[in-house]
Design a protein around this ligand. Sequence first.
Ligand SMILES: Nc1nc2c(ncn2[C@@H]2O[C@H](COP(=O)(O)OP(=O)(O)O)[C@@H](O)[C@H]2O)c(=O)[nH]1
Ligand SMILES: [Mg+2]
Length: 241
Amino acid sequence: MSNVHDAQILISICTYNEKENIQRLLPMIREALPAAHIMVVDDNSPDGTANVVRELSQFDQHIELFLRLNKEGLGAAQLASFRKACESSFDFLINMDADFSHHPRYLPSLIAAMETADVVIGSRYVPGGGVQGWPWTRQLMSFLVNLYSRTLLGIQARDTSGAYRCYRLETLRQVPLDQVRSRGYAFQEEILFRLVRAGARVVEVPILFEDRQHGQSKINWKVALVALWDMFCVATERLRR
Ligand SMILES: Nc1nc2c(ncn2[C@@H]2O[C@H](COP(=O)(O)OP(=O)(O)O)[C@@H](O)[C@H]2O)c(=O)[nH]1
Ligand SMILES: [Mg+2]
């Protein structure tokens, strides 16, 4: 790969009950990045998300369904897709949510910023970025989680919990994925922590995060508490060093 424009790109999208969203999202991504390969990582969603992806993949060889048997958490699904990506010959891995909170309009700016980065975060918390449609309770939760993770894990980035990211696979391959403990929402912070430790250059580009278009969020208080605990456990690793 001589520059970012030649990069072979894999886009990974984890889904659980995202039938309506994925149906509309995939064609928009194809339009934004016609050469990218898209992998939808579905945990056997009861709403039939996998069937929608399977149908679309029949007409587009760049759309792939990675069907998992059970719902094991967002981190587990992402970890499985990261393993696949590391074993592949792609140059960049882009991760995004299926619910339009991570709009495809930002894909070009994510890729352009890879010129000087190993990880680019589509960030809500840098100038020009923001959040639209979330209640104040959810905004406060996100602010506190970011503060907690930056303090505990020593990460400099402003948006440590955002999952809309582009990873340089050459760098990601240096991270021992077997050591990743988070199977839930702390996966974003943990993988960032491990990448920074491996020497990754992190750049943030602004995005406007809009609340999901269809369906419901899978986050709840239990999932959130597990994430806080996971980050605490990862932080003890930092203290031990
Ligand atoms: N495969 C898989 N995807 C999940 C799981 N939990 C959440 N997701 C997906 O991860 C993305 C983010 O989840 P979401 O519920 O929107 O979280 P929020 O944006 O923080 O409210 C969406 O595309 C979900 O469908 C899971 O357990 N397995
Ligand atoms: Mg969402």
